[in-house]
Design a protein around this ligand. Structure first.
Ligand SMILES: Cc1ncc(COP(=O)(O)O)c(C=O)c1O
Length: 372
């Protein structure tokens, strides 16, 4: 069976990007963030490649994501950072997975689990330094550290990391970033006061790792850069986009001027033209909001999406190009061959490239090129 629509993942690009990010990392190296199925690229394939090219850690959001990596044979240090309040952690601790903790309830649950399973819970204490998302708020830092120290003394828990997440690092001089860097240092000092001296401090994402040396600390948590999206608009670190999404044209038809296309219709051809049907729709990650601006590359030429994006398909206005069924229409790729990039799709849809990459649906088959 040939794939009607596919996402081709270039593992050589992932390897290259891992090398660039690892070179910008602190002494504990680089964490390959492979949550959301490796930003849509395939968690296991990305993890394997990144680990061979400089990554020392893996990071995911959820318990099922972490357990899946262990089940696939990944034995490297692995951190997870989101779980429900009812999580018991037995399986997580048996699998040797590090857990992010931002509150005393989770510390207690982990200590209980360690006691039950005869293990030691390895945790990274997460402090909120100004993003107001996960992590302990400043007024709870001391309490968190004090309880962590208590469970450490009881032999149930080991604090391996102290960490926080940045709201943005695109502008190294931004006042908000500077405040977060300062708050993280305050957090470290507060931890030391409570008798906690975590060996691994981590704060930086791709952008911070690449251009804010003060944010690097011991470990760089790299997501978007690993997948080849330049994390700082207007600056190139030589990263290579790893994913190309394309689909075969299913049929073409010649239509006169004034022909209505797709739902509504709210698009009418302005001349006699050829329309090409491409089996990628919003269920596959083509954003509906991009209609009116979006383009695919077909027959070597950028062609606009005509009319609304349907669930399973789009129609391209290919003009007088001699496009035939079976030819590939490229939604996005590295951009080398004139095709749009994920960053361009993000601009057309009013979103970010992460949204475009993770939005590529399960129906689009993944194919791997290059060496892991
Ligand atoms: C907690 C955490 N750390 C690091 C990253 C990686 O950030 P970036 O994709 O900007 O490199 C993410 C990704 O969203 C994240 O959620």
């Amino acid at each position: 069976m040939t794939a009607m629509a596919e996402a081709v993942v270039d593992l050589d690009a992932i390897a290259h990007n891992a090398g660039v990010l690892a070179a910008a990392s602190g002494p504990a190296g680089m964490m390959a963030v492979v949550k959301a199925d490796g930003f849509g690229h395939g968690a296991a394939e990305v993890a394997r490649t990144a680990l061979r090219h400089g990554a020392t850690w893996l990071g995911v959001a959820s318990v099922p994501e972490a357990l899946a990596l262990r089940a696939q044979g990944f034995t490297e240090p692995l951190l997870l950072w989101l779980y429900p309040p009812t999580e018991t952690f037995d399986e997580v601790l048996r699998a040797g997975i590090d857990v992010s903790v931002g509150g005393v309830e989770a510390l207690e649950a982990l200590a209980d689990a360690a006691d039950r399973t005869g293990t030691v819970a390895t945790v990274h204490l997460k402090i909120d330094t100004g993003m107001s998302r996960g992590g302990a708020p400043v007024e709870e830092w001391m309490q968190l550290f004090t309880w962590a120290r208590k469970f450490e003394s009881a032999g149930l828990l080991r604090v391996r990391g102290l960490w926080s997440h940045l709201a943005g690092a695109e502008d190294p001089q931004s006042a908000h970033l500077r405040t977060q860097l300062h708050e993280f240092e305050v957090g470290r000092q507060t931890a030391l006061t409570a008798g906690i001296d975590p060996p691994i401090l981590h704060l930086a994402n791709s952008a911070a790792g690449l251009q804010v040396p003060e944010a690097r600390h011991d470990l760089l948590r790299a997501g978007i850069g690993l997948y080849g999206i330049e994390p700082v608009p207007g600056r190139s670190f030589g990263l290579r986009p790893a994913m190309t999404v394309r689909a075969q044209v299913l049929l073409t038809k010649r239509v006169p001027a004034g022909t209505g296309v797709s739902y509504g219709p709210d698009f009418f051809t302005d001349r006699e033209t050829t329309l090409a049907l491409v089996p990628l729709g919003f269920a596959d990650g083509v954003p509906r909001q991009a209609a009116g601006r979006a383009e695919f590359l077909v027959h070597g030429v950028r062609c606009p999406v005509a009319g609304r994006v349907s669930m399973d398909q789009v129609v391209l206005d290919v003009g007088d190009l001699p496009v035939r069924a079976g030819e590939y229409a490229v939604m996005f790729g590295p951009g080398d061959g004139g095709e749009p990039t994920a960053a361009e799709w993000a601009a057309w849809a009013g979103t970010n490239p992460n949204d475009i990459l993770t939005g590529i649906g399960a129906r689009v088959s993944r194919r791997y090129e290059g060496a892991p």
